[in-house]
Ligand binder design. Structure first.
Ligand SMILES: [Mn+2]
Length: 353
């Protein structure tokens, strides 16, 4: 069990899990109020009246004992710490607020605090079979939604209306909600790597749609760039195909053992070689899971590490030419022992709409 291993490694008597995504990961609890505390071999989950029924069903399967505390979770934690004579406790220093920490220190001055840093998020980077199944569903929902939206896109429509339609279609297919503010960027706005849908009207030129949804808590993240109009210029076709080739080259190199820097370079060097190196300024990709961006980073900027089977990453090279337009093509990929599985299935040839 991951938590027990962590406790042993850092010689802690207890671990406090307060970040809701990590609470969800370790306890299966999907509500909005809950704290987990592991003390030795005992695992407790503290929530309030509203979540007792739901909480029991979810956390008991994971070996947690539910404690209902309606007044102060903090007081309850204090009682447990005392009862079990805890001396050394791991806390999520990246998400505990300074106020919470001060209250802790004031009330438990003798406790030794171990900063867990990103230990939990690192645990989450390799997905279980169950998680992979859910991510695949999340992607399928997003893809069906885009297919249903594309025929409705017309010149003169607002970017925001395209985003609204796409969100509606995702929810109709079963999504919980969009995984981030949808990017719908028409013509010269497609040169903005993060062109969140605006009031701009769709016009002839590139149209970049970067979107995804949460399904059962797990994110999908897909980008496709289209050409609105019948006759893309040679330049449009040229940069589109360079990005597509960079995307495909990087994907082909994926397997356990390849480093993220190496992967980033494959796409980056290719784009540079074609003369557009200055126009690809962001990283190649990132892990997806309970968060839209999680470990591992797949970028020249991220910590270099090797891919491991079970990681789910995006590959999303792009070229952005100011006052002209930009292209990004993003797929979601499962790393396997000897190669990869492309989880996204939307076509990548330049499509005119
Ligand atoms: Mn992405």
């Amino acid at each position: 069990m991951k938590l027990e291993r962590l406790m042993k490694e850092k010689q802690m008597d207890a671990i406090l899990i307060t970040n809701l995504l990590n609470v969800r990961y370790f306890t299966s609890f999907t509500g909005t109020t809950g704290t987990a505390i592991i003390i030795g071999k005992r695992k407790f989950f503290i929530t309030d009246f509203r979540y007792v029924e739901q909480g029991k069903k979810q956390v008991e399967k994971m070996g947690f004992e539910l404690i209902c505390e309606n007044v102060s979770t903090f007081k309850k934690i204090g009682e447990l710490l005392k009862e079990y004579d805890v001396k050394k406790i791991g806390i999520e220093n990246q998400s505990v607020t300074l106020d919470q920490f001060k209250t802790f220190e004031k009330n438990f001055p003798k406790l030794e605090y171990i900063y867990l840093d990103d230990a939990f998020t690192k645990e989450r980077e390799i997905k279980s079979e169950e998680e992979i199944k859910i991510i695949k569903e999340s992607i399928k929902i997003a893809e069906k939604a885009l297919e249903a939206t594309l025929p409705k896109i017309k010149v003169g429509m607002k970017e925001k209306d395209v985003a609204a339609e796409l969100e509606y279609q995702m929810r109709k297919q079963g999504a919980d909600k969009p995984s981030f503010d949808l990017i719908v960027a028409s013509n010269e706005r497609s040169a903005l790597p993060h062109g969140v849908a605006s009031d701009k009207l769709i016009e002839e030129g590139f149209l970049t749609i970067d979107y995804g949804c949460f399904y059962k808590g797990y994110a999908s993240d897909i980008t496709r760039t289209f050409y609105v109009g019948k006759n893309p210029s040679e330049k449009h076709i040229e940069i589109y195909n360079i990005v597509k080739e960079a995307n495909e080259k990087a994907i082909k190199a994926i397997k356990e053992g390849v480093s993220v820097h190496e992967l980033d370079s494959i796409a980056r060097d290719f784009i540079k070689e074609k003369g557009y190196g200055d126009y690809f300024g962001h990283g190649l990709g990132h892990g997806i899971g309970l968060q839209i961006h999680e470990y591992p980073g797949v970028s020249f900027k991220s910590e270099d590490k090797v891919l491991k089977a079970g990681m789910v990453i995006t590959i999303e090279p792009g070229i952005y030419l100011p006052n002209f337009g930009g292209v990004r093509i993003e797929d979601d990929i499962l790393v396997t022992k000897d190669s990869y599985e492309i989880l996204t299935s939307l076509k990548k040839d330049l499509k005119t709409i």
